[in-house]
Ligand binder design. Structure first.
Ligand code: ATP
Ligand code: MG
Length: 626
């Protein structure tokens, strides 16, 4: 089985966002620059439009923290007032009022700031995911050749999820904690520097613990995201290939394999989180120790008459208050580490540059009849492994060019470079005298309709699938195209006609029906040039006739390239290119090639072996794949 079915995709959308990058270089953010990844992630939250919102939110937060810090100070004053003999009730009342006002300000402004930060978090995530997704659309096919699909999906889902967690929980927390630490330290220093030093004694230990955890956990988190990607990749492949799995009775194997991968994820996750979680109890203990130190040292100072009870009480509260943001920061560490690992994988994709790019002076393709020329074209997908060698041929305007040859010969590859999915290594491809490497990709692909080997219909109505390549087409145009493609009849028999929903990839249609739909889709697009890759395999003779009829109507008057294993499909071509091992070994009309009794003759005879009078068969026909 060499082909599945046909599908039309107008790929202009795919490249519409091409950003004019220069030739391929991958610029993944390297290990070690975690802070750079974090800053870049935060940058998504705080873009220009949201800067004012951030400033206002941070000011509100600042005020709420000032109110929070005022509470212990007011409490300290109240204690001093109560412990001294000269205090008045009205003074106490005013202190209590201020404390209550501070509580209210802390609560209300804190709430306002949280709301603003959560807005920024949602925006940041939205922008990051949008950037990732639209950038993927701009990437060249060579990128997707290198990436397992599941791994890519994992970058949009698992990796983005770690970033989401970071945005939602960590960013505002980090700002709040840092502000809180700075303000509390300021107040403490102004009030009593000796007590401040006592309260800070444990900080170096705390910093040491944090950096150790970072060192151990960071690589573990990077591995965790990788393992998650592997597992998603496997699951994606298994679900997509479920029919093969069922028919080969590999369900148990798939289950076991998944369990193994899940075990791998579990192991790495528990290592990563254990190291990060260890931080929490250690930090809690250190904060308690810090409070005790302040209490003992403060006690001595009070006894010595160097400070008052209110100040020490305030300091005990301050050092507890200092402990909260410190421990919050250490808790955030695991979220931040996971976000760095996830963010790094997301940025690897965002930083990937398309290999096929429009040159700065690229012109739009001007259609002048559709004259296609390949001049000495060389091409390789992977450096050093040449696939097409010295391909030279010509298609005159309106001509049908057939392409045939054994499987893996390079037939689809010719189409891939004609549509400029890939750039060529040497030679030149001209359409209407215009070098395609100097044309804009969008203008080129707007004029070339492609019906590919692989079927693809989208989860949408039949009508919208027909309009996929030209959204502004009218319903009447679509119905007319469906009639031309012989699809109208079966569509009207569907439950809701043209409004019937297709399931993913058109799984609720037969293969022949899918092919007819995709031919109709190409008709709606109404391209000037056409490329058909194996559009008629694996269907019964009657359906094949209907499809052929549709194809003939589609091809009529347009320069077209038709790849076929079934040579009857291309017999009437103006010229047939016979490809073998990446070279065009023969070319010419059917009769000429038959008369030459060469490669094509052998291919043709082997297909009609037994069908021709006398049962003539070619000796060298055993390379045929179908
Ligand atoms: N994306 C890719 N990356 C690397 N190599 C590729 C890629 N696509 C195809 N190839 C290789 O290029 C060669 C030609 O492939 P191509 O798809 O053009 O064959 P084909 O003639 O269309 O075969 P078939 O009749 O089976 O469709 C094959 O050897 C194949 O392994
Ligand atoms: Mg092919």
């Amino acid at each position: 089985m060499t082909t599945t079915s046909a599908s039309t995709t107008k790929t202009s959308q795919a490249q519409a966002k091409s950003r004019g990058y220069s030739r391929a270089t991958t610029a993944p953010t390297r290990k070690g620059d975690s802070s750079q990844v974090l800053l870049r992630l935060i940058g998504y939250m705080i873009d220009r439009e949201n800067r004012l919102r951030l400033v206002v939110a941070t000011l509100a937060l600042l005020l709420s923290i000032i109110a929070l810090i005022a509470i212990p100070w007011l409490t300290g004053r109240a204690i001093n007032l109560l412990s001294s003999s000269g205090g008045s009730l009205s003074q106490l009342r005013s202190l209590i009022t201020w404390a209550l006002v501070s509580c209210a300000v802390y609560f209300l402004l804190g709430l306002y700031a949280s709301r603003q930060y959560s807005y920024l978090a949602t925006r940041g995530l939205f922008k990051l995911q949008n950037d990732l997704f639209s950038h993927m659309q701009s990437l060249s096919l060579s990128f997707f050749d290198r990436q397992p699909l599941g791994q890519l999906v994992s970058r949009v889902t698992n990796d983005a999820e770690t970033v989401a967690q970071f945005y939602e929980n960590a960013v505002s927390q980090i700002i709040q904690s840092l502000l809180q630490i700075l303000l509390i330290l300021g107040v403490m220093l102004i009030t009593d520097w000796r007590l401040t030093i006592a309260a800070l004694l444990v900080v170096p230990v705390l910093l040491y613990v944090t950096s150790t955890v970072e060192r151990v956990s960071s690589p573990a988190f990077a591995r965790l995201q990788e393992e998650l990607g592997n597992m998603s990749g496997f699951q994606e492949e298994t679900i997509t290939g479920n029919k093969v799995i069922i028919s080969c009775r590999r369900q148990d194997w798939a289950g076991e394999q998944n369990e193994k991968l899940a075990d791998g994820v579990f192991d790495v996750a528990s290592k990563a989180y254990f190291a990060a979680l260890l931080q929490f109890p250690v930090t809690s203990v250190l904060i308690l120790v810090q409070t005790v130190i302040v209490l003992i040292f403060g006690g001595f100072l009070v006894i010595d008459g160097q400070t008052d009870l209110g100040t020490v009480t305030a300091f005990v509260a301050y050092s507890a208050m200092l402990g909260t943001p410190l421990s919050d920061l250490s808790n955030i560490l695991s979220t931040a580490l996971a976000a760095v690992a996830g963010g790094r994988r997301v940025f690897e994709v965002i930083d990937e540059q398309p290999t096929v790019v429009d040159t700065p002076s690229a012109q739009d393709y001007q259609f002048q009849g559709g004259h296609v020329e390949f001049k000495n074209v060389d091409f390789s997908y992977v450096k050093g492994r040449k696939i097409l060698k010295h391909n030279t041929f010509e298609a005159l305007p309106g001509q049908k060019i057939g392409i045939c040859g054994p499987t893996g010969a390079g037939k689809s590859t010719i189409i891939n470079i004609l549509t400029r999915y890939y750039d060529i290594d040497g030679g030149m491809i001209l359409i209407d005298g215009q070098d395609i490497s100097k044309l804009t990709q969008v203008s080129l692909r707007q004029q070339i309709g492609v019906v590919l080997q692989e079927a693809f219909l989208f989860t949408d109505t039949v009508m919208n699938n027909l309009k996929y390549a030209r959204p502004d087409a009218t319903d009447e145009e679509c119905i007319q195209a469906a009639q031309q493609a012989n699809a109208h009849e079966f569509i009207t028999r569907l439950q809701k006609g043209y409004q019937t929903m297709m399931t993913e990839r058109g799984a609720n249609l037969s293969q022949g029906q899918r092919q007819m739909l995709t031919i109709a889709r190409a008709m709606v697009a109404n391209p000037r040039l056409l490329v058909l890759d194996e559009a008629t395999s694996n269907v019964d003779t009657r359906t094949e006739k209907l499809i052929q009829q549709g194809l003939q109507r589609l091809i009529a008057g347009r320069t077209s390239f038709v790849i076929a294993h079934r040579l009857s499909t291309i017999r009437d071509s103006a010229r047939i290119l016979v490809v073998n091992g990446g070279e065009i070994v023969e070319s010419g009309p059917h009769d000429e090639l038959m008369a030459a009794k060469g490669f094509y003759y052998a291919l043709y005879m082997s297909q009609f072996k037994g069908k021709l009078p006398g049962g003539q068969a070619a000796a060298s026909a055993d390379f045929i794949s179908t």
